[in-house]
Write a protein that binds this ligand. Structure first.
Ligand code: MN
Ligand code: MN
Ligand code: MN
Length: 290
């Protein structure tokens, strides 16, 4: 693979649960060979201005992005909005609503942790010190730092996952609604890591069909940590539902050296790439991951 031409359209910064500031993330991605990137923090556009300034300085093509939490058939899914206009009014209203839901959920998680005998208020204080955009990953990190669990995986399995004492069910906006916000902001809606949801093959096909009907554009065919089997299944899903493909590492933390920005397989030729048309910037011919 040519490391100087990488595309990575799914990256997190400290504006949500990433470990690098937006500017540091852009610099790190550039040093990893990324030439076209999207900053896609959870339910917030707060890091985009800083990332944009850094990208201009470094000559990296950056599109504004966001990763939206949505509800579909009682499950939480993630929809990326790529190449959005973060000043679009409908999107801003949607993000405000998601922010309020996250804030209420954080308080609920803290209460439930406390009721189950864990230091919920201490965890909440640590989460608030770390971010204005509380995610469950922040709670997992706080539980590890407080010595409640040994690692992030155990924090989810024991405390935070569905069915565990610290889980709070949240009424995220619907798939159709959030897809509409992205479209209204001039962006491209993409189903993030489609193989990570516990859905049957039939449900996954129905999801893609509904998403396409709602104005969705693509699914993330190549994801960080996804295997070849996941990729092959994503390719057939995309082709069958008439959706384009995207590639993204879902990078959060440079301490995980196995998933750096941009180290992703090439998008298979049978799938149209979501970034090949405007509003994405035109890249030089070697710009696809090769
Ligand atoms: Mn995350
Ligand atoms: Mn996600
Ligand atoms: Mn993500």
């Amino acid at each position: 693979m040519n490391p100087r031409s990488a595309v990575d359209l799914h990256l997190h910064s400290t504006a949500s649960d990433g470990m690098l500031s937006p500017a540091a993330l852009v610099a790190y991605a550039a040093s990893c060979g990324v030439r076209l990137m999207a900053l896609t923090d959870h339910d917030t556009a707060a890091g985009l201005d800083e990332a944009d300034a850094a990208a201009r300085q470094l000559g990296v093509a950056l599109v504004a992005g966001v990763e939206l939490s949505v509800a579909w058939r009682g499950r939480t899914l993630h929809i990326l909005g790529l190449a959005i206009d973060p000043r679009a009014a409908l999107l801003i209203r949607g993000l405000d609503r998601l922010q309020a839901l996250r804030e209420a959920r954080a308080e609920g998680i803290a209460r439930r942790l406390t009721a189950a005998g864990a230091p919920g208020q201490e965890a909440l204080a640590a989460v608030r010190a770390a971010t204005r955009q509380p995610t469950r990953t922040h709670f997992a990190r706080a539980l590890v730092a407080l010595g409640v669990t040994r690692d992030l995986g155990t924090a989810f399995d024991r405390w935070l996952a569905r069915g565990r004492p610290g889980h709070v069910a949240t009424e995220w906006p619907s798939l159709e609604e959030a897809t509409g916000w992205v479209a209204a902001a001039g962006g491209r809606a993409v189903i993030a890591h489609p193989m990570r949801y516990p859905l049957s093959a039939g449900a996954r096909r129905e999801l893609c069909a509904e998403f396409a009907a709602a104005g969705g554009c693509a699914i993330e065919v190549v994801t960080g940590g996804g295997g070849i089997r996941d990729r092959d299944q994503s390719v057939s899903l995309a082709v069958r539902s008439g959706l384009a493909g995207s590639v993204g590492s879902d990078f959060h933390d440079p301490a995980n050296p196995w998933n750096p920005p941009g180290r992703l397989a090439k998008l298979p030729g049978s799938v149209r790439s979501v970034w090949s048309d405007p509003p994405f910037p035109e890249l030089e011919t070697d710009a696809e991951p090769a």
